[in-house]
Design a protein around this ligand. Structure first.
Ligand SMILES: Cc1ncc(COP(=O)(O)O)c(C=O)c1O
Length: 428
């Protein structure tokens, strides 16, 4: 629970592997406890609006899985995942412009497992990897157990800054990094989408320096405005693509997938076998049956509309209530808005106060590997609360922030803070 830190004596301390020393707890998971309090409006977790997924459709898919596929559903299955579900994934990928065959796909326990498996097959301690900065904290958590050195490339409204990337790669030299990890659509936590030109440039650089690219795309089908952007994988078949059913169906089934060149996929398969032998056939058949009909398309359209309304509510409330010193991104889809405040404002320190005011967010430092950068930033998830609650939550949050800013302004008038300390100075 937030605000009640307890120091737990661990008598096994000193016996754990060194790699666990770098693994931080997920700030979002820590906030789930606060989020479940009914008096608190949560902008913390990126939890899908699962009540929009029709329980009757899931129930009949699950019942079919047991009734019609009983022995298969309850038995061990293939480590690659069921051919039928991989067939469904082939079709889903074709709809977003990616050509893949069943043999190019391994079903994983969510995209999260794919992140862990990829880190396991690629990373030795001290290896360099490149990510956006800020980036998905679950990826940082998965990667950190394999002890890489993470270089964060900043983003602007067009996504990862490929000029900075080019400079980093030039300094590292060919094969100087083990992989580049990117979330091109509605980035978590940044909310920005990589432009077509940046996508091309990123792939060009990756080819020039011979570095694999991991494209993580959980939100790509949740677009509210603008046109579909071609995935990196559609532009280059060397790209390792991660997909998931978590945001288009249900995270509770723990189903995701990885598409990769054959040799890489072979290594992922070995790692998957070592991790869990195979995924749940029961969950996979349930998903197959759910996606066999057409209702899921209506559900997905409905979900996208709902998230779009929530995005609008959040942006309007930010305009209305937030101070002039704040800047935020305008996502065209997905779950998140990224807010940046003047550098002196420590939003991590402010969090207990925000919770007292009945609102939560994730402070920006969770999304950087050093755990320090980004404290003046926060990720606001608009996916979870209803529009009225979002407006109220932003109003409460603005009050908390405004209190601190008054102090800042007073110092600035007194000349104690340089004028140049603006939000723009902060690394993304
Ligand atoms: C960018 C990103 N990658 C991966 C995941 C993990 O998703 P899954 O539920 O498929 O494990 C998430 C979940 O929020 C995410 O935001």
């Amino acid at each position: 629970m937030m605000g009640t830190a307890r120091i737990v004596f661990d008598r096994w301390d000193g016996r754990y592997a060194q790699r666990m020393g770098d693994v931080r707890s997920s700030a979002t998971r820590d906030l789930f406890a606060a989020a479940s309090r009914s008096d608190i409006i949560s902008f913390a977790g990126g939890m899908p609006e699962i009540s929009r997924v029709p329980a009757d459709a899931v129930a009949s898919a699950a019942a079919e899985a047991i009734r019609d596929f009983g022995s298969e559903a309850l038995q061990y299955g293939s480590s690659e995942g069921r051919p039928q579900l991989r067939g469904t994934i082939v079709e889903l990928m074709a709809e977003i412009g990616v050509r893949a065959r069943q043999e190019d796909i391994i079903v994983t326990a969510g995209a999260q497992q794919a992140l862990d498996l990829l880190a396991k097959i690629f990373l030795d301690p001290g290896d360099v990897i490149i990510t956006e900065g800020p980036t998905y904290l679950g990826a940082l958590q998965a990667f950190s157990a394999y002890q890489p050195r993470v270089i964060c490339v900043p983003m602007d409204e067009q996504g990862m800054d490929t000029d900075v990337l080019a400079a980093e790669l030039a300094a590292l030299g060919p094969r100087g990094a083990k992989f580049i990890y990117t979330i091109p659509n509605f980035q978590n936590p940044g909310g920005v989408t990589m432009s077509a030109e940046r996508r091309r440039k990123l792939l060009e650089l990756a080819r020039e320096y011979d570095i694999p690219v991991i494209e993580d795309d959980p939100y790509g089908r949740l677009r509210f405005d603008g046109g579909h952007m071609r995935p990196l994988r559609a532009l280059d078949e060397d790209v390792i693509y991660l997909g998931t059913f978590s945001k288009i169906f249900a995270p509770g089934l723990r189903l995701g997938w990885v598409i990769a060149p054959r040799p890489i996929l072979g290594k992922v398969l070995l790692a998957k076998q070592a991790a869990d032998l195979c995924g749940s056939a029961y969950a996979q058949i349930t998903a197959e049956r759910y996606f066999a009909g057409t209702r899921w398309r209506r559900v997905l359209r409905d979900l996208t509309r709902v998230y779009g309304e929530r995005r609008d509510a959040m942006l309007e409330a930010l305009e209305e209530h937030f101070p002039a010193e704040a800047e935020w991104t305008v996502p065209e889809g997905g779950f998140f808005v990224w807010v940046r405040m003047p550098v002196f404002l420590d939003l991590k320190a402010l969090l207990p106060e925000a919770i007292e005011h009945g609102v939560t967010y994730v402070a920006g430092d969770a999304f950087f590997p050093d755990g320090r950068t980004g404290r003046n930033c926060m990720r606001l998830a608009f996916c979870y609360a209803a529009p009225d609650a979002i407006r109220e939550g932003i109003r409460r949050l603005a009050e908390v922030v405004e209190d601190r800013l008054e102090l800042y302004r007073a110092f600035q008038v007194a000349g104690a803070l340089p004028d140049t300390m603006t939000a723009r100075e902060v690394p993304a």
